[in-house]
Ligand binder design. Sequence first.
Ligand code: PA5
Ligand code: NI
Length: 197
Amino acid sequence: MMTFAKALIENQPTLQWFAGELSGAPVHKSVTNTGQLAGFFQDKVSLAGIDPATVVYRVEWWEPVSPTVEGGLFWGSTIIEPGRVGNEYFMTRGHFHTIRNRAEYYCTVQGNGMLLLMDELRNIKVEIMSPGSLHYIPGGFAHRAVNTGDTALCFWACWPSDAGHDYETVASKGFSARVLSKNGKPVLVPEEAVTEA
Ligand code: PA5
Ligand code: NI
């Protein structure tokens, strides 16, 4: 007969909700700096003046099942530092899911930002991120989080294990709009208007 001690699940994770940290289970971590985002920010001159090791965002996530498994869920946090390259706020690369119909949740715990959601026709919409904001990202929408505040933007995410990340589409075509600081306020500027901005 199974004893209670044997039935206890090992490696059950704990999360530090507001700090965006995971522990107690094997956790994946990634750090993305300005040097890795060279093709993503619009102002190349300003980017060249920033130490390429400057951290833009960190991600921690837990994969309780293999990414090849259909029907599982992954869970993770993203912390985007406050900062700008020229007038453009620090942001994530952004991606479509490789399996296009896979959706995702984001929920904000600290800071202020904007979530850009862009469909395959490049129609874009924006949701404001602030503590407590919950964001449903439908399948087929590329998603990018932008820190428009003076403090770190921290959010949790939950996504299907088999979703995959298609970074190539955004790397080659970009988003159809950028979030820029104008008179100290974040403004969504269509890509074709950015050079005049
Ligand atoms: O699954 C997600 O959408 C998030 O965990 C992102 O991967 C995270 O915010 C980092 O963004 P990106 O993957 O676009 O670099
Ligand atoms: Ni995603």
